[in-house]
Structure formats: structure tokens, C-alpha cells
Design a protein around this ligand. Structure first.
Ligand code: ADP
Length: 761
């Protein structure tokens, strides 16, 4: 039941034509309290009200009354503006005053809220509001009072739901509504119902908290978050792009290497033929002009090969693929052999070559002599090129020594044209020459020093240069080398061809006809037997049919390339026949692959005939490493070589009688090759009884010549098969393996025979 308001009951409590819904008793609203001075309206009163407002604005109330529940006003101490104190007594019976006082009191409460405050009836009409509300709605309060609460919001329905919620629940908090003012002010409403003394709900008081700042802040936050998300997305995209760029770059590096590898093959292969045949023709009878022209062709070819090698070297260092050997070598020999190359040129230019080799340097050191050659060769070649009178001094000095290593300074000093201080900074960069004239006058590409620097620094060394225009230049290199036992066998030193060794049978696997012809010419000159196979498949067939001492294997071939063929020879045929790769491509990628598939060595095209001879002889004389056992041969070259034969048994049986031993060996050498041929032939003809006979005859010699018992087991397996023709698994390969081992045993026994013979004299 709706109760009548006091205003209705007591007539017009104020001049306003609005229902007075002031609370009776306790007012539930969280607005600050403010009371007004009781007394007749007049100038004083108005003045007091103004003072009160000013004071309130400063949050410091001047007047203070305490109202009790039964509406009586207790005497209060009132502070006057002049600072004196008066005591006033409330007029208990003056109802009109009391109403006025109540009205002002309520007004004060309402205005005390700096936030918009509305009093709403149960029907949703605004019954009162404060100035803050009028200001925000931008209309006089008289025009607002009596209107519907919902019309001042952008979403009237939501506003209706809001005040319904207040009446339903007794309160609402943080209810968002946007005021339909010019700025569309966002607010959060807190509201509660107010009741009469009997607890009947009279209406609701709602206070809006303007949250423009908060909204702005939220918006900024959201924007910041969106920006951050965008930035993250951009960063992720950038990262993806960077990763894809890295992938592209890596692919490009790979493609570059592949291209260089292919290109080098394409260029080197014909160059191989040009240089090789030029050399061959140069050895024939020629008149002076022909010789001159051919020499010019050879020099140009050599220069082109140097350039290709330089480019490949740089590409390798670039890709971090340059590998360095750690092998024993004689430093003094190495340097003097290299200087030998320049003697003619230095004499031609009428220069003086001064050598200064520190005698304290250990004779044998561990390092990469090939790369050291390359470095010194570049420096001396530059010194010779850029010096027209005076001298070139090559000095090799020991700078530091401890138990493990030595530090050596190599310096090349010339009295040539010198380099300007400005240009000296760039000469180690690729394609940099001291002046644009350099190439025209002196030739060169500007790659040499860049490679030298890379080679030296990658091995942990350093390079420096001092130079003065017109006076000369000194290039110094500091490098460490490990010490080693000087008795180490220097396997890699190129041996002078020992033309005595002739009985070597070589299988050349090469598809290019020109190269085939060149290899034939070279091998014929060495006095070796040779066979040519156009590809890996043909090579395997040939290896199955007859024994060879060594294979020279081209890498890039149709049908079956060099890697596949070697893999097959090693893994399926179980053959340890020495294989030298003939490679036009010296990138480390392929060299590593050569080693991985089981090749024993490689030789770069165009083939250096001296190197080819020395490598063939070296591998055939020092054959495969099949077991970790030291041989008994007296030849120094075989001191640490593992062999397939072991003469302990023969020594015991003959009590080391040399003549008897020689007789036994001779017998073996005589009977074995025909047995091996018979074995191969029988297999080819599937003549199992002949195969049985041949293998049967071979078996006893394994024990006598100390050949590993695994081979005897293999031979017995072949024997078994030739009897039963059951379990043919890998029989052709076993036969081939037996043939290889017997051929190798023959080679080794031949050497032993000659040694024993020599020792008898
Ligand atoms: P190239 O000799 O093929 O031009 P290098 O990289 O070996 O390339 O040398 C780069 C440049 O450094 C040369 O072109 C030359 O200008 C300068 N230079 C190198 N060595 C000497 C030297 N001993 N005397 C004078 N100038 C030199």
C-alpha cells in the first residue's frame, strides 16, 4: 500500500510543484551529509546557504546539525563566519520551520553528490535530481522532474531494466548506462530503494558515476593491447620472413656450391683434356713455333685451372667447408721445393732470391703442407710479379717452441713497387687490387690475398703486411704446427716415379672419351696394363671377370656414378681393391663423400701425371688395411703397413731358410694366378666342378702364406656350393673377393721374394 508523502499530507512544503518524496527516518544513500541552518528564509539564510555551498565545495562544512529519529533538533554549536559562537534553541513546535528545514536538509544531501543523482518513483518518473544531473542532461531541472527516467539514456530499455532491478532487488550496483547528452557520457549507476517508517518502498535513489576517464583509459588500454597484438603479429611475420630468408639464403648457398661444383666439373673436364693432350703433344717432336704455341696453350690452361681452384677455394671457405689435413711433412723440403718453381722466373727478371731458413725448426711437423704451399706460393708469386729490380727474401723463422708445438713466422720481402697506405687496407678483400691499372699491367684477379688470409686465419694463424710505395713490401704469416716423431713415415710426400714398377693393372672408370684417351696415354706411358669402363655397371662386370690392382674412378657418370659404384664394390662385392677418385670437383662436400663410401684417395683433374703415378704406386705397393697386424717385411715403406699375408708360418716351416722360403713363394706365385683365372672362368660358365677343383687347390695356400682364416671359410662356402648348388647367396661376390685377396697376396709375396733375394746377396 502506497503511503502518502509528507509533502502531500502537509500541503505545499515548498514552492515546487512536485511531489515531495523525501525520506522519513533514515535515508539510505551513500551521499555525503550536509545540513542547513534552521531559521527564517531571508537574506541571512540565503547568505548562509551560499556559505554552506562554498564550504561544501571545499569539503569543509560550516554548519552542522545532528538530527535524531523523532525529528527534534538538538541545540547545536554553530560556528559563525566571524569566529564567535552562539547558541540557538530549536523551536520544537514550529512545524513550518521544521518542514523547511527538512526540505533544505534533503536538498543539501542531494546536492552533496558531485555525481549525477536521480530520485525515481516506482513508476520510473524522476521526482528529484541534483544540479550535476541537470548539467549533464543539459536541461533545467524543472523540465526534467516528472519525466521518465529512461528517456535520458541511449538505451532506454536497458535503463528501464536497471531501475526495475533496483525495485526488485533493493539495489543495483555498477549498472552501465550511457547518458544521451552531447558527449554520450558513459556512467555506472549505483542505486537503492528508500522506504518509509513502515518499510514501504517509496522510490529509488540512483547515483551515476561518470566513467568517461575510465572508458578512455579502457579504450587506450584496448588500443594499446591491439597495437601490442599487431606489433607481435608484425614481429612474428618478420621472424617468419627472416626464417624464410635464412632458408632461402641457405638454399642459395647450397645452390651456389652445387653450381660451382657442376661448373668446375664442366670446365675442368675439357681443361683436363686440353692440358693433358698439350703435355702429351709437347713430348713429341715439334718445331720451335709449334712448341711455342703449345706452351702458350698449356700456360693459359694452367692459369684457368688456378682461377677455378681459387674460386672454389673461396666458396669452400665461405661455406665453412674448407678442411685442413694434419699430416707429417718436412718443412724445409716443402719450402725449397716450392721456391724451385720460381727460380726460372726470378732469373729471367734478374732478381736475387734470398732464402733464410731457421735451422732450429724441427725437421718433420704436423700440418697441411698443400695449404701452406698455396699460401707461400701466392705471396712469392706476388713478390715476383710486383718487383722489377732488387731481391726477394723468403725467411722461415722459429718464433716459439714448447713440447707440443712451434710457432713459425714466414715472411716474404720484396723491393718492388710497394702498396699505398690507403690501398693496403683493402688488398685482403676479394677482387681488390691496389690500383685499377694492376690487372692490365700485372694481370691477376685480386683473389690471391683474400684466399691466403682465409687459409691462414681459418687455421688459427695471422697475417700482416708492411709496405712503402716505391720501396717494397713484406708479408708476414704466423702459424702454429704440432710437433711429431720425425721417424713418422711421410706417406703423402710425392715420390719421384720409380719407373721400375710396371706390372700394375688399372681399371679406369670414366665416361668422357677424351679423358679415357688421356688416361690410356698416361697409363701406357707408365707401362701399366689398363682397361676402360664407361660407367660403374661396366666396371663391376669387369671386376667380376678379372683381377685388377687398382681402380681410377670418375665421380659423375651416367647409369651408375662413382660413389654408387664404390659403395657396391665395398659393401656388396666385399672388395678392398684400392680406388682413387678422379674428381673435377674438389669441394670438400664431395671429398668427404669419397671417404665415406670407402675410396682410398682422390686426384683432381687435370691429372698431374707425377702425382697420379705416385698415388697408384703408393696404394698398390702398400695395399689395403684388412687387419690390424704389423707385417714382417723389411722394406722401410712397408714398416707400418698392414698386409694380407703373414710369413710366420712359412718362417717356422722353413726355419727361416731363405732359399726354401723363396722356393715356396715362387711356387705360390706360379700356381695362384692360373687358379684365380680358372675360378673366375668357371663361375662365368657356371661350370661348378671346375670351380670346385680350382678353389680346392687354392685352400691350402691360405694357411701357408698366413692369409686370414676368414678367406678360407669363404673358400669352403664356395666349395660347398659348387658341390650342391644350394644356397647361392653372394657366391659370385665371394669368388671375386677370393680372387682379389689372392691377387693381392701375389703382389705382396713378389715384394717379399725380392727383399729376401736382395738380403741374400
Ligand atoms: P692479384 O695478385 O691476383 O691481383 P692478390 O689478392 O694476390 O691479387 O693481390 C691483391 C693486390 O694487392 C694486387 O693486385 C696488388 O695490387 C697488391 N699486392 C699484393 N702483393 C703485392 C706486392 N708484393 N707488392 C705490391 N703490391 C702487391
Amino acid at each position: 500500500m502506497k503511503k502518502k508523502s509528507i509533502a502531500e499530507a502537509k500541503g505545499k512544503a515548498s514552492q515546487r510543484k512536485i511531489p515531495d518524496t523525501r525520506p522519513r527516518g533514515k535515508v539510505i544513500a551513500d551521499t555525503p551529509m550536509m545540513s542547513v541552518h534552521k531559521g527564517p528564509r531571508g537574506k541571512d539564510n540565503i547568505e548562509r546557504e551560499r556559505a554552506n555551498k562554498r564550504a561544501f565545495d571545499k569539503k569543509k562544512p560550516v554548519f552542522q546539525t545532528i538530527k535524531n529519529a523523532d525529528q527534534t533538533v538538538k541545540p547545536a554549536i554553530v560556528k559563525k563566519r566571524n569566529g564567535s559562537y552562539i547558541k540557538e534553541k530549536a523551536q520544537k513546535d514550529d512545524l513550518s520551520d521544521s518542514i523547511k528545514q527538512d526540505s533544505q536538509y534533503s536538498r543539501g544531501l542531494i546536492e552533496a553528490s558531485l555525481d549525477p543523482l536521480f530520485v525515481i518513483s516506482i513508476k520510473g518518473e524522476i521526482t528529484d535530481l541534483n544540479n550535476a544531473s541537470a548539467r549533464i542532461i543539459e536541461r533545467p531541472r524543472e523540465h526534467i522532474i516528472g519525466t521518465n527516467f529512461t528517456k535520458y539514456f541511449t538505451e532506454p530499455e536497458k535503463a528501464r531494466d536497471g531501475y526495475r532491478e533496483v525495485f526488485a532487488n533493493g539495489f543495483v550496483s555498477d549498472y552501465p548506462l550511457t547518458i544521451k547528452d552531447g558527449k554520450l557520457t558513459p556512467t555506472l549507476f549505483n542505486g537503492s530503494v528508500y522506504k518509509d517508517n513502515s518499510g514501504n518502498v517509496l522510490g529509488a535513489v540512483v547515483v551515476a558515476r561518470v566513467i568517461t576517464e575510465q572508458k578512455r583509459f579502457e579504450k587506450e588500454l584496448t588500443e594499446a593491447r591491439i597495437s601490442a597484438e599487431k606489433a607481435t603479429a608484425i614481429a612474428e611475420e618478420a621472424q617468419n620472413k627472416a626464417e624464410s630468408a635464412t632458408r632461402t639464403a641457405n638454399n642459395a648457398v647450397k645452390a651456389k656450391q652445387q653450381f660451382l661444383s657442376n661448373m668446375s666439373h664442366e670446365i675442368r673436364t675439357p681443361m683436363n683434356a686440353i692440358i693433358g693432350f698439350t703435355k702429351v703433344v709437347l713430348k713429341t717432336e715439334l718445331n720451335a713455333t709449334q712448341k711455342e704455341y703449345l706452351t702458350a696453350i698449356k700456360i693459359s690452361g694452367d692459369a684457368l685451372i688456378v682461377l677455378i681452384n681459387d674460386i672454389l677455394d673461396l666458396a669452400k671457405v665461405d661455406a665453412g667447408k674448407m678442411t685442413f689435413e694434419q699430416m707429417p711433412f718436412r718443412m724445409s723440403l716443402s719450402i725449397s721445393a716450392m721456391l724451385h718453381v720460381f727460380e726460372t722466373k726470378i732469373q729471367e727478371k734478374n732478381l736475387q732470391l734470398i732464402r733464410d731458413f731457421d735451422a732450429r725448426i724441427p725437421e718433420v711437423l704436423l700440418g697441411d703442407p698443400v695449404r701452406l704451399h698455396q699460401v707461400i706460393l701466392n705471396l712469392v708469386s706476388n713478390a715476383v710479379k710486383f718487383t722489377s729490380k732488387g731481391s726477394i727474401t723468403v725467411s722461415v723463422r722459429l718464433k716459439y717452441e714448447d713440447d707440443e708445438k712451434v710457432t713459425i713466422e714466414f715472411s716474404v720481402r720484396d723491393t718492388g713497387i710497394g702498396i699505398s697506405a690507403e690501398k693496403i687496407k683493402t688488398i685482403f678483400e676479394i677482387f681488390q687490387q691496389a690500383s685499377s691499372e694492376t690487372s692490365r699491367i700485372f694481370g691477376g684477379t685480386g683473389l690471391g690475398l683474400a684466399i691466403v688470409k682465409q687459409l691462414v686465419e681459418t687455421q688459427g694463424g695471422s697475417i700482416r703486411v708492411k709496405s712503402k710505395l716505391g720501396v717494397g713490401s713484406t708479408f708476414s704469416i704466423f702459424m702454429d704446427f704440432l710437433k711429431t716423431d720425425s721417424s713418422t713415415i711421410l706417406e703423402y710426400e710425392i715420390k719421384e716415379p720409380d719407373r721400375e714398377i710396371k706390372n700394375i693393372k688399372v681399371l679406369v672408370v670414366e665416361d668422357m672419351e677424351l679423358n679415357q684417351l688421356l688416361m690410356k696415354t698416361l697409363l701406357d706411358e707408365f707401362g701399366f696394363e689398363r682397361e676402360i669402363a664407361e660407367n660403374g655397371k661396366i666396371a663391376i662386370e669387369k671386376l667380376r671377370k678379372q683381377p685388377f690392382d687398382i681402380v681410377l674412378m670418375d665421380l659423375q657418370m651416367p647409369e651408375m656414378n662413382g660413389f654408387e659404384t664404390t659403395e657396391y664394390i665395398r659393401n656388396s662385392m666385399h672388395s678392398q681393391i684400392p680406388i682413387i677418385a678422379l674428381t673435377a670437383d674438389v669441394t670438400s662436400v664431395d671429398l668427404a663423400k669419397c671417404k665415406a663410401v670407402g675410396m682410398n684417395d682422390y686426384i683432381a683433374k687435370p691429372v698431374d701425371e707425377r702425382l697420379l703415378y705416385s698415388k697408384i704406386v703408393g696404394l698398390v705397393k702398400k695395399p689395403i688395411i684388412t687387419k690390424n697386424k704389423v707385417g714382417i717385411g723389411n722394406t722401410p715403406n712397408l714398416k707400418v703397413t698392414q698386409k694380407c699375408i703373414d710369413l710366420d708360418y712359412l718362417n717356422n716351416r722353413t726355419k727361416s731358410n731363405p732359399e726354401l722360403m723363396m722356393e715356396m713363394i715362387e711356387l705360390y706365385l706360379k700356381q695362384t694366378p692360373p687358379l684365380v683365372s680358372a675360378m673366375n672362368r668357371s663361375l662365368e660358365n657356371k661350370d661348378w666342378s671346375s670351380l670346385y677343383t680350382a678353389v680346392h687347390k687354392l685352400i691350402p695356400s691360405f694357411l701357408i702364406m698366413g692369409i686370414n682364416s676368414d678367406f678360407e671359410t669363404m673358400a669352403r662356402k664356395v666349395l660347398e656350393y659348387s658341390k650342391t648348388q644350394e644356397q647361392s647367396d653372394g657366391i659370385p661376390d665371394l669368388v671375386l673377393h677370393l680372387a682379389n685377396i689372392c691377387t693381392q697376396a701375389c703382389r705382396e709375396l713378389e715384394i717379399e721374394f725380392n727383399t729376401i733375394k736382395k738380403n741374400m746377396k
